[in-house]
Write a protein that binds this ligand. Structure first.
Ligand SMILES: CC(=O)SCCNC(=O)CCNC(=O)[C@H](O)C(C)(C)COP(=O)(O)OP(=O)(O)OC[C@H]1O[C@@H](n2cnc3c(N)ncnc32)[C@H](O)[C@@H]1OP(=O)(O)O
Ligand SMILES: CC(=O)CC(=O)O
Length: 300
């Protein structure tokens, strides 16, 4: 007997994960239009940008301008990535009410990505979480490299569990488990999620699959069967991390929404509007969409 959820909340990460790895800097006005279009598609959570160092991720140096420019709809969350207190200060200056902190299950990746060990990153997040609690700001936590690391290779499941548990204990209301380089396969993803769910309640877990090896939808299906009900994805299948070479985009939101609709699982998303938004974005980026649903719908 499966335990598929009745509804799924999709966390749209295209404006952040999707655009952080672009070769050219996408203009702030385009980012703002993208987020406004995504809002109109019925998404409940739209990650807007990152308040990280512009030296490390110049593509998102316009975070304040983008966050200020978007037309926020009541009931829709617009979280942003924050790596440290400086990022928290910058985010709060423009009125951010939800943030995400991010660490990894692999030491090697964490060092490359945020110049810190896992322990150091958790200590860096501690004052951020304390201030967020006092300010009434919600905090999500990411664990990257949950199914493989570009530098270390295999990542023990016990390392994923440990970091997820620590972020949850620190006060993150939800932990997103990221297959940063898209190497996972369904039964490995299922086993990893089951192990984490023994330490952190399933209701506080999300999954985040990159599609490098074409396994993301299958991984997702296995995790939905385990009962996860929050899924990260990126419109048009954009995405990638500048510090995880070789990884391709996230699973496309259009493809996730189509699969979930076919399974009778509610998302609240207007698929036609989303496909249109993804095609608009790929035109802005000057390349074809990576969404199979968008390709199928635009070929006839
Ligand atoms: C899997 C994924 O997709 S994860 C998301 C993608 N990856 C990322 O976004 C990587 C983000 N990483 C970073 O921003 C960096 O590694 C940091 C900020 C976390 C740490 O970098 P470090 O160089 O060790 O930071 P450090 O504290 O020494 O500061 C260095 C400079 O950056 C500035 N800085 C640090 N944090 C921030 C911030 N949040 N916002 C703006 N500037 C910052 C400092 O002021 C300093 O500037 P200066 O050289 O002009 O004095
Ligand atoms: C922070 C993320 O974007 C998650 C990941 O891909 O590891």
């Amino acid at each position: 007997m499966n335990t598929f959820p009745k509804s799924v909340r999709i966390v749209e990460v295209g404006a952040r994960d999707g655009l952080q790895n672009e070769k050219t800097v996408v203009p702030a006005a385009t980012k703002i239009e993208l987020i406004d279009r995504l809002t109109a598609c019925g998404l409940q959570t739209i990650e807007a940008t990152s308040f990280v160092s512009p030296k490390w991720v110049p593509q998102l140096a316009d975070a304040a301008e983008v966050y200020t420019g978007i037309h926020k709809r009541d009931g829709v969350a617009y979280p942003v990535l924050v790596p440290n207190e400086k990022g928290y200060d910058r985010a709060r200056e423009v009125g951010v009410t939800e943030i995400a902190v991010f660490s990894a299950a692999s030491e090697a990746f964490n060092r490359k990505n945020i110049n810190a060990s896992i322990d150091e990153s958790i200590e860096r997040f501690r004052p951020v979480l304390e201030r967020a609690k006092a300010d009434g700001v919600k905090v999500r936590g990411y664990v990257s490299t949950v199914l493989g690391c570009p530098y270390q290779g295999e990542v023990p499941v016990s390392d994923v569990v440990r970091v997820a548990e620590r972020l949850h204990a620190l006060g993150c209301y939800e932990i997103s488990l990221g297959d940063t380089i898209g190497v996972g396969t369904p039964e490995k993803a299922r086993a990893m999620l089951r192990a984490v769910a023994e330490a952190v309640p399933m209701s506080a877990l999300a999954v985040h699959f990159h599609d490098t090896y074409g396994q993301a939808l299958a991984n997702l299906h296995a995790c939905l069967e385990e009962g996860v009900s929050v899924v990260d994805s990126a419109v048009s299948g954009t995405g990638g991390c500048p510090y995880a070479k070789g990884a391709t985009g996230n699973v496309a939101t259009e493809d996730v929404a189509y699969m979930l609709a076919g399974m009778g699982i509610a998302t609240g998303i207007d698929l036609d509007a989303l496909v249109e938004t993804g095609l608009w974005l790929s035109a802005q980026l000057g390349r074809a969409t990576s969404s199979r649903v968008a390709k199928a719908r635009s070929s006839h």
